[in-house]
Design a protein around this ligand. Structure first.
Ligand SMILES: [Zn+2]
Ligand SMILES: [Zn+2]
Length: 297
């Protein structure tokens, strides 16, 4: 009985988010702050659930992990959100107006269909961006810090190199005409699903839910220590895309982390893509020093 109730925690939370945005007064949903308050609230709720029903004691949040996660959530809501809006969404909106692109049909869809469309648009882009990151050296160097995580927790989806966080925030949503509450609802649903997909909680959902949405079970496999095991389950929130494009992998992992599982500091996460450059600079520096020493001798 308890097990059955536990399995509905995730579907119920997604349904509650849908109902909230469908029914909330326009005065709330019209404010740009509503999405920030709503996603931060759901993230905090999922984080709190880690103390209600833990998945692995080895993933229990420490102060160091918690403060790092909070730093990255703050970075995502400020610098990354600003960069994404200024460098991607606003130019795309200008392009849309310049070319006279309209998708007014989308404005007349039922609310749930509008949300599903926005979820699909965002996730389709994220799926291919994530897959590219696992298949191209520079893109991988931006994504690797996320795979150096040695434990998973609710806010860990936000932890990574800032270039990666920017790249993964890109979407073509701005090219579509959709009501703001539907867009915000989609972003909130995605936040709930991807937060649960990183959370140290044991609310394993029913099979129909895990067929469509990414869960910690399948995402932890993507975070495992081996190379082959990580080359599956790229869908951030829609595991359905992995099933469609043939990259789905069954299984889960408790031991997570690449690079011999050495935890990276925030500084190392920021500098990670520049490592080849730094190594080359240090090599020339060493050579100069050696040459200088030899000349002096
Ligand atoms: Zn990955
Ligand atoms: Zn992840």
């Amino acid at each position: 009985m308890k097990q059955a109730m536990m399995s509905y925690v995730q579907p119920v939370m997604v349904a509650a988010v849908l109902l909230f945005w469908a029914l909330a007064p326009a005065a709330w949903t019209g404010s740009a702050w509503s999405i920030v308050i709503a996603t931060l609230s759901t993230t905090a709720a999922i984080q709190a659930l880690e103390w209600v029903n833990e998945r692995h004691a080895s993933w229990r949040l420490t102060w160091r992990e918690f403060l790092t996660d909070v730093f990255y959530v703050t970075l995502s809501y400020t610098v990354i959100a600003w960069a994404s809006k200024t460098l991607a969404d606003e130019p795309l909106t200008a392009l849309k107006h310049g070319l006279g692109i309209t998708t007014l049909w989308a404005m007349h869809l039922p609310f749930v269909a509008q949300v599903a469309l926005a979820v699909f648009l965002v996730e389709f882009g994220q799926y291919w961006m994530h897959r590219l990151m696992h298949n191209q050296a520079f893109f991988w160097s931006t994504h690797a810090p996320h795979h150096h995580l040695t434990q998973l927790n609710a806010m860990k989806g936000a932890v990574g190199n800032p270039i990666e966080l920017f790249l993964i925030s890109l979407s073509v949503l701005a090219l579509f005409d959709l009501p703001q509450p539907a867009m915000f609802c989609a972003l909130n649903v995605l936040a709930v699903v991807s937060t649960f997909a990183h959370a140290n909680t044991r609310f394993d959902p029913p099979r129909w839910y895990a067929f469509v949405f990414t869960t910690i079970r399948h995402h932890s496999l993507h975070h495992s220590t081996g190379y082959a095991e990580t080359r599956c389950n790229y869908g951030n929130s829609l595991i359905l895309l992995d099933r469609i494009f043939g990259t789905f992998g069954e299984g889960e992992a408790e031991v997570v982390g690449q690079g011999e599982r050495r935890r990276l500091s925030i500084g190392e996460q920021f500098l990670f893509p520049a490592r080849p450059l730094i190594a080359r600079y240090q090599a020339t520096d060493d050579r100069r020093e050696r040459d200088g020493a030899e000349a002096a001798a």
